[in-house]
Design a protein around this ligand. Structure first.
Ligand SMILES: Nc1nc2c(c(=O)[nH]1)N[C@H]1C(S)=C(S)[C@@H](COP(=O)(O)O)O[C@H]1N2
Ligand SMILES: [Mo]
Length: 221
């Protein structure tokens, strides 16, 4: 017999909602998000792809490009473009959310996943933060956990063609679950650190983490 005040039984939906909450599903920008929640708060959709940077467009050919991975890692890396693309290549499709309020859906990237990079460089026990250094002098910082997101990629191609110079070619980082300023263009080196070291925008008033689903735009948010 059913008790009168028994709470409704766990449905499949409430169970999966609970699981999502534990996983932080609605904070990670995954494309499995229901369609009506695909656009983060305060964002609008754009079809073109705006260019945003410090006004410099470094001209680094694939021949001259190197990836330098150093700091708190067991195995420092110094790859040229050929060695970089000889690593396992993965294709990802993800949405872009820029802090200036434009979002762009379904960008297809090819490159080395950050997880595969981590397997190769093996961060040391104390490593908790990553700083990306770019050829235009730009820097941005990430928690190692955010850098290691399953859809984060060091991308050399977009929409099936080499990543254009104005969008950060030869190689840029893409971290889809954070605002796009965390996705360093013209990637030069990746530094692993025990302590956080805020980057270019992070010391100029941007939020240290930049989760679009929490509207972490500026450091007071
Ligand atoms: N090296 C470098 N990376 C950068 C920037 C920059 O100025 N220099 N700007 C960031 C910002 S604020 C944004 S919104 C995106 C813009 O990338 P896009 O020009 O490909 O749209 O790059 C990010 N990565
Ligand atoms: Mo930006």
């Amino acid at each position: 017999m059913t008790e009168p005040d028994e709470p409704p039984p766990d449905s499949k939906l409430t169970r999966s909602k609970q699981r999502w909450a534990q996983e932080g599903r609605f904070l990670t920008g995954k494309t499995s998000r229901p369609e009506e929640q695909r656009l983060p708060p305060g964002q609008h959709l754009t079809r073109d792809w705006p260019t945003l940077d410090l006004g410099l467009t470094p001209d680094v050919s694939r021949e001259r490009w190197r990836l330098d991975v150093y700091g708190a890692v067991e195995n420092p890396i110094f790859w040229d473009f050929k060695q970089f693309t000889a690593q396992l290549q993965t294709k990802f499709t993800s949405d872009i959310h820029c802090v200036t309020t434009w979002s762009r859906y379904d960008n297809s990237w090819v490159g080395l996943s950050t997880r595969d990079l981590l397997d190769a460089c093996r961060p040391r026990e104390e490593a908790r933060f990553v700083v990306l250094h770019s050829h235009d002098g730009y820097t941005t910082n990430l928690e190692l956990q955010d850098f290691a997101a399953e859809d984060a990629v060091l991308a050399h191609s977009w929409s099936g063609a080499p990543l254009e110079q104005e969008h950060g070619g030869p190689v840029r980082l893409v971290v889809p679950h954070l605002y796009f300023w965390k996705s360093a263009k013209w990637l030069q080196s990746i530094e692993f650190l025990a302590e956080d070291a805020p980057g270019y925008w992070e010391v100029r008033g941007y939020h240290n983490r930049g989760d679009p689903w929490k509207e972490e735009r500026y450091s007071g948010d």
